[in-house]
Design a protein around this ligand. Structure first.
Ligand code: OXD
Ligand code: MN
Length: 621
């Protein structure tokens, strides 16, 4: 179709008097005919009043905020305290990822495997097609071009998201490399882009579907305006579809933070770490070393806080990783100058706050607040779900001011400890992969896998207590293989085989570790201080990677002796470290039985390496 058809046939309107998008009603030059055809199909289906081709500029983002303010989508925050920052509240029925409404679609059930919800692709297109039909009448359709990954990276991928949500458009501008450079990367004849169609619809959980079509490089999301359900570059593209592409093309898309550890001797070690949602990935990725380490010259830098794409560098046979995102979408409650000063700095300007408490100030402007922040509770606020909130009401009714899964969206350039290589198209070499979960019992502070395949087994059998990041009961231990359970875009058995096969591509592979910051004593108190003190565990991990630290062999793997973890300056004794590292054989036997939860799901498709590793573990007990 031609460019003019879009403008004439759909009669785009000037959206409001105050915010004029009419300059953006035609596609910019150089947009490929495949994109034009697909946008036309989406416009025909959703029937918007106006079409806006976004350019990703800051001027445009400002216009989204201002228009959103008029429409009640955004509230401007006090600009002295929060320069460039805006507030948004989502529908109270739409505050977390909805895994039960998330589907992998294809011509047969085997594409989804036993751990994903499956829908026949034809059925999904028909079902969602009916919902999308005319859903944008009276609304504006925004066309968002974006790149996941540093521009020019061999792994960078182009996506185009269509949405009727200003909130989504503004967030995509922060979280991705949104803008005209995506058209350039795709090229005038390009067809290789992820087709992301999104509408908030009527935000009805009964009509909410997040559908992935890996064979068509397509995502259709209807009925939600929040986080991973709606910002389709993140979980949907960069994890579910990318994991599928990675399997086909020989690379990996993982739910991992990426951090750099620099020693006083300027030796740089990069670490990738996979923890389930809301288990502290952002805090770990932005860790501030304790004073003793900082004084000695140790530095931690962030490459990414949520997703890593990893490939084998052909020149040296090592695993390299990029962060496909351009911003952070971090959990807010609990963020303060002790837990994560770098996150506070990241959200201090040009950020979006979602579902925290809104605090009206005397001068008519607004502040934000959340539980466990640096600031004392306000006398009066509006809670995440729009109710009056006071400390008294909170005490009487337990009403939280901020939703436990409330978030900040912030550009990664705001992070004071952004790694200098965070935008390097080649990525960074990964020396260690760290798995972790939230386990109040039994799992020790740290141990190392005997080898890659054993590490794959450790990652595959991660157990973690569920959190508020997804709808459902919080605090249940579930198996969350590689912290990817909700994000593997194809069958888990093939995913595990892919992990095992990746080893053969590498001449030298990262060392693999398991950590648990969340072990509690019999009184229910955390046994490890966490946050910056995790540096002490990192140091052991880094030293192990470089062949410098001692470890003893145990049934679970290589473990530090209590004297191998530095406790100087920490209010803990070697005996307490020994307790944190203590593993009871009976507990391990129970844990092995819990691994069955995953293995039974995999039933006939369990990779033989997993069976062998399990047998070896049992034989060590
Ligand atoms: C996230 C999640 O938002 O994992 O990063 O849920
Ligand atoms: Mn995540």
């Amino acid at each position: 179709m031609s460019t003019t058809m879009i403008t004439t046939e759909f009669q785009p309107k000037v959206v409001t008097n105050a915010v004029d998008f009419s300059f953006a009603n035609v596609p910019p030059p150089g947009v490929s005919s495949d994109v034009l055809r697909w946008v036309e199909q989406c416009v025909t289906l959703t029937k918007p009043d106006a079409v806006v081709w976004c350019d990703g500029s800051l001027r445009e983002r400002q216009a989204f905020f201002e228009l959103g303010e008029q429409q009640g989508v955004f509230v401007k925050l006090n600009q002295q305290k929060w320069p460039g920052c805006w507030y948004h509240r989502s529908n109270p029925n739409d505050v977390a990822r909805t895994e039960n409404l998330t589907f992998i679609c294809g011509p047969g059930e085997q594409v989804a495997g036993p751990t994903n919800n499956f829908m026949l692709d034809k059925e999904a297109y028909a079902k969602l097609g009916a919902l999308f039909d005319g859903c944008m009448k009276g609304r504006t359709l925004y066309v968002i071009p974006f790149v996941m990954g540093p521009l020019g990276s061999p792994l960078a991928k182009v996506g185009v998201q269509i949405t009727d949500s200003l909130y989504v458009a503004a967030n995509m501008g922060i979280m991705t490399r949104m803008g005209l450079q995506a058209w350039k990367q795709l090229g005038p004849d390009g067809a290789d882009f992820t087709r992301c169609l999104h509408s908030v619809g009527d935000v009805n959980p009964e009509r909410r579907y997040i559908c992935h079509f890996p064979f068509d490089n397509t995502i259709w999301s209807f009925g939600s305006g929040y986080g991973g359900n709606a910002l389709l570059g993140k979980k949907c593209l960069a994890l579910r579809l990318a994991s599928f592409m990675g399997r086909q093309q020989g690379w990996m898309a993982e739910h991992m933070l990426l951090m750099g550890v620099e020693s006083p001797q300027k030796e740089k070690t990069y670490i990738a770490a996979a923890f389930p949602s809301a288990c502290g990935k952002t805090n770990f990725a932005m860790l501030i070393p304790p004073k003793k380490y900082a004084d000695a010259g140790w530095k931690i830098t962030t490459v990414g806080d949520d997703i890593a794409w990893m490939y084998v560098n052909k020149d040296n046979g090592k695993l390299y990783a990029i962060n496909p995102e351009n911003g952070y979408f971090g959990v807010v409650p609990g963020t303060n100058s002790k837990s994560n000063p770098n996150a506070l700095m990241s959200m201090s300007r040009d950020a979006i706050f979602t579902n925290v408490a809104l605090v009206p100030l005397d001068d008519g402007t607004f502040d934000v607040w959340w539980e466990d922040s640096d600031w004392p509770a306000p006398k009066k606020a509006i809670s995440w779900d729009g109710r009056d909130w006071t400390p008294e009401i909170a005490e009487q009714s337990g009403l939280k001011a901020a939703h436990p899964n409330s978030r900040f969206t912030a550009p990664m350039d705001n992070n004071p400890v952004l790694d200098p290589a965070a935008k390097d198209p080649q990525g960074v070499p990964v020396s260690a992969i760290v798995f972790g979960g939230r386990r109040s019992k039994m799992i020790p502070l740290v141990y190392q896998a005997f080898n890659w395949i054993h590490g794959v087994y450790m990652g595959a059998t991660i157990g973690s207590e569920t959190t508020a990041a997804a709808i459902g009961q919080v605090g249940l231990v579930r198996r969350d293989p590689m912290a990817m359970l909700p994000f593997i875009g194809y069958s888990i058995s093939e995913y595990l085989v892919h992990w095992i096969r990746m080893r053969k591509k590498m001449t030298d592979c990262p060392r693999i570790f398991m950590v648990n910051w969340f072990r509690k004593n019999d009184q229910g108190k955390f046994m490890w201080p966490g946050f910056g003190e995790n540096m002490r565990v990192l140091k052991w991990i880094v030293d192990r990677c470089h062949g410098r630290a001692y470890a003893r062999e145990t049934p679970l793997g290589w473990m530090p002796r209590s004297q191998d973890i530095d406790i100087e300056g920490l209010n803990m004794s070697a005996a307490e470290i020994a307790m944190l590292e203590d593993v009871s054989i009976d507990d391990v036997k129970n844990e092995v039985l819990l691994h069955e939860e995953l293995f039974l799901k995999l039933a006939g498709d369990l990779p033989k390496e997993m069976i062998f590793q399990r047998e070896l573990l049992i034989s060590r007990l």
